[in-house]
Design a protein around this ligand. Structure first.
Ligand code: NAP
Length: 319
């Protein structure tokens, strides 16, 4: 059974996640320590995480926490960042400066570099050179592994082949996948192709930004306006799904979040929930101690398929 990682989009993001450095940083440090001590296997960040003047904050915090870690714990954690192929980052060396800046913020603790999205939809001629630039970094020994993000089956197949021709393995592909974003489960979709190619799938937003963590009847409170808008659309539409999740959780004596994470794992993906409190980490860790039965998975598949309003697709997702 695949493991569970965690994500750090919220670490530094005021707009969507309401980050407050004075209140949050010490809690984030305890969250990180708890996650590592309890066996979460991978941490995901990005050079674009952190809003406005806080850009890069997620990597900075992570770098600070990582450099205080015991080497034996560090060895068990994969640190993966994503570099954004912004329009001004051009050509084979277009991501090199961004890579070096991420390495600095992460205090040199980076295992995997991922292309945050493919430029296939608006600058297709940039896709290969940018990826080749990341592959060069692996060849030079500057970073161990390479990953993709927000690509579909077609691009995954093409880019995997391109890297293979260069002798560089592709470690992972990261896509939105949850009970409220079940698209990747489609037959012949990215999950099937990744399995055939031997590429790990990281399921991002596995809790639909927290919607799937809320019980039936919950109404939005204490969230940022952006998140409130999303919750107002998704909560009513997912009432019956969340009831199914609660029924399974209660029968097993586990939490609703654990059901959401183990549904991702039951489809062969490694969920990377966004975590920002030690209690959330402990909940995620509990999910590692059990797995869904085939019947529970079918119930959840069906209930998920009946939801009429889904998580919005990432606009940078390519086919
Ligand atoms: N590649 C990409 O383009 C991309 C896009 C999006 C995300 N990601 C990655 O995926 C990670 C996760 O996705 P996400 O942050 O969008 O959202 P998510 O994992 O779907 O939801 C995270 C939120 O769920 C709530 N939660 C988590 N554990 C909980 C628990 N045990 N009990 C109750 N509530 C809990 C928390 O909300 P509260 O703190 O409000 O309670 C948390 O902030 C990101 O951090 C990022 O690393 C990648």
């Amino acid at each position: 059974m695949v493991g569970i990682g965690f994500g750090t989009w919220a670490w530094g993001n005021q707009l969507l996640w309401g980050y407050n450095p004075d209140l949050d940083d010490s809690v984030l440090e305890s969250t990180f320590q708890q996650a590592v001590a309890g066996g979460l296997c991978l941490v995901d960040t990005a050079d674009s995480y952190g809003t406005g003047f806080l850009n890069g904050r997620s990597e900075e915090l992570l770098g600070r926490f990582l450099s205080a870690m015991q080497p034996e714990h560090r060895a068990q954690l994969t640190v993966a960042t994503k570099l954004a192929p912004f329009p001004w980052r051009l050509g084979r060396r277009g991501l090199v400066n961004a890579f070096l800046a991420s390495q600095r913020r992460l205090h040199g603790c980076m295992d995997r570099v991922q292309l945050h999205w493919s430029t296939a939809r608006y600058a297709p001629w940039q896709e290969r050179p940018l990826l080749d630039g990341l592959a060069d970094l692996v060849e030079q020994g500057a970073v161990r592994e390479i990953g993709l993000s927000n690509v579909g089956p077609r691009r995954l197949t093409l880019l995997h082949r391109h890297l293979k021709d260069r002798g560089i393995p592709l470690a992972s592909v990261q896509v939105q996948f949850s009970l409220l974003a079940p698209g990747p489960r489609q037959h012949g979709g990215i999950l099937d192709i990744s399995r055939d190619l031997g590429v790990d799938v990281l399921a991002y937003s596995p809790l639909a930004l927290g919607v799937l963590a809320r019980g039936p009847g919950w109404t939005p409170q204490g969230l940022t306006p952006l998140r409130t808008g999303l919750f107002r659309r998704l909560l009513p539409a997912s009432e019956s799904l969340r009831q199914t999740m609660v029924s399974i959780a209660e029968a097993r004596g586990v939490s609703q979040v654990q059901v959401a994470l183990n549904w991702c794992r039951s489809h062969g993906t490694c969920p990377i929930p966004g975590l920002r409190r030690p209690s959330q980490v402990m909940d995620a860790q509990q999910a590692l101690t059990w797995s869904l039965s085939a019947d529970e998975r079918t119930q959840l598949d069906q209930s998920s398929a009946e939801v009429m309003v889904r998580m919005p697709d990432n606009p940078l997702q390519s086919a």
